[in-house]
Design a binder for this molecule. Sequence first.
Ligand SMILES: [Fe+2]
Length: 352
Amino acid sequence: MIFRQLFDSTSGTYTYLIASRQGGEALIIDPVLEKVDRYLQLVRELDLKLVKAVDTHLHADHITGLGALRDRTHCITVMGEQTAADVVSMRVAEGDRVSIEGLSLDVLYTPGHTDDSYSFLTGGRVFTGDTLLIRGTGRTDFQNGDPRQQYDSIFNKLLKLPEDTLVYPAHDYKGDTVSTIGEEKRFNPRLKVGSVDEYVDLMNNLNLPNPKMMDVAVPANIHVGLHQDEIAAKGWAVSAVEAMALSGRADVAIVDLREKAEREKHGAIPGALHAPYPELRENIGAGGMLHELALATGKRIVFYCAFGERSAMAVEAAQAAGLISACHIEGGIDAWKRANGPLVGHGTARQT
Ligand SMILES: [Fe+2]
């Protein structure tokens, strides 16, 4: 496994680059905008392909690198389903998995620092965001933070992990890089409380100043999405209602770009073909399935995904590859559901 911990000294943020092997797919956790060039250089040097960029929560102290990494690598952006960030390509919830070639992260919902705070667990390491820090915990006094929820996330979820699980937080201001669950149980001063009420009192009386970047970072981090209106202005988008009229037509192929687990959990448009986003380049290139479908049979390709971000990128790529009738469903399956579009395969996911 390739595992790199990178540091942004301005915001004290740790960013993690993970891959199962050299030459393979990689994902990055909590990237910082100003460091994107460095991440991409490292990705090239290690011969990796960045396919997913994950934020543990909506950050208030730095601008996320998610949007820039998405623009430069066409990777999928991942955050929790509660996030206010406008267009995240994949929204996850407790019990989901974030998978890349050769490894997957278990998704733990750990609210409290913010209401969209998640932790990610893989191979004896837990990435705790700002929920559990080294000898500290994330503040709970803004962005719908809640010390009671944080107590529950820490005591009833994170501290239940095996004691030797390595703890990798999103920040450290003292120079510590890694801890373990056992160590934090024993030595974290914030966790030396006798009850949830005591923890709530402690957290409500920290009287911290707001982060310096907060007024800039929060609005910027809410608007990280690819601008779907730019795709629509080019005539490359249809609304969910328009897509319903196209669905089932012999001259139209509706193409689902999501992963299998997403289709099983959220349902799919009846009759849609499945062509996962990571294989898009092969599918739209000469000899590719979608290339042949569009150019040999003259079908109009209508892409969709979860919220319209992957499909917007797919339309741009398909148009560039000469599939000039390609379009996408603005807002994805989320918009389709809100328009009461029919679904198949919903709820076939294993209940965990
Ligand atoms: Fe934070």
